[in-house]
Design a protein around this ligand. Structure first.
Ligand SMILES: C[S@@+](CC[C@H](N)C(=O)[O-])C[C@H]1O[C@@H](n2cnc3c(N)ncnc32)[C@H](O)[C@@H]1O
Length: 205
């Protein structure tokens, strides 16, 4: 059995994200996570939100680590990962009231971000929500000097990575039937953006 992977950032941001998820997810009963990473977010949030079925997913290289967390926690509502590389998978079975993804948009290529929004558009139920956590630019500007330095370090690793501008993401959202409904400031110059699908005015919150 492999040791559970640990991402210190995921440990640090859990409580701040959970407070927003409690606010936003309301009546949601099903959620797809894209890019579950270590799997520790899924277990933490699944434990705190037992009425929500939390479907993990990621590229296959991360599945053993996610399973290590999911199997140890043994929660009825947190489910083994689907193999989802958004560049290769434009559909998943089933529909969800919500999609969650953390710290993925600046790691993926922009083309992959385009694919992620397309996938979100296909899996969300009417009035469902997409919650995306991470660092973002606003009106073409970094929101802090530390985000600007972080972006430089990403570009050195891989020029396709980079902090995305919310105007671009709102364009992708609109192309897939979503519009921005809330923007939460989060610790360490991050944000959690909530887009809501068209449909039932009441949504799931
Ligand atoms: C910085 S990690 C964040 C992991 C986790 N969500 C967290 O907050 O700790 C970036 C994640 O994006 C995922 N990712 C990158 N490119 C992807 C793609 N094309 N399709 C799906 N996931 C992708 C990686 O596999 C990884 O799990």
């Amino acid at each position: 059995m492999i040791e559970k992977p640990d991402a210190p950032a995921a440990r640090r941001n859990c409580d701040a994200i959970l407070a927003v998820l409690r606010d936003v997810l309301g009546r949601s009963t099903s959620l797809l996570e894209i890019g579950s990473g270590t799997g520790q977010h899924a277990v933490y949030f699944g434990h705190a939100l037992p009425a929500l079925r939390w479907q993990t997913s990621d590229r296959s290289e991360n599945h053993a680590g996610i399973l290590a967390w999911v199997n140890e926690a043994s929660l009825d509502n947190v489910v083994a990962p689907l193999d989802v590389d958004v560049l290769r998978r434009d559909r998943v079975d089933g529909r969800y009231d919500a999609v969650f993804s953390a710290n993925t948009a600046h790691i993926m290529s922009y083309q992959a971000v385009v694919c992620m929004f397309r996938l979100v558009g296909t899996v969300l139920n009417e009035g469902g929500v997409f919650c995306l956590y991470g660092p973002f630019n606003v009106n073409g500007e970094f929101t802090s000097a530390s985000n600007e330095r972080f972006n430089e370090s990403l570009k050195l690793q891989n020029p396709e990575m980079g902090i995305r501008d919310l105007a671009d993401l709102n364009g992708l959202a609109a192309a897939n039937g979503l519009s921005e409904s809330r923007r939460y400031a989060m610790p360490a110059n991050n944000m959690l953006i909530v887009w809501r699908g068209l449909g039932d005015d009441d949504g799931y919150a």
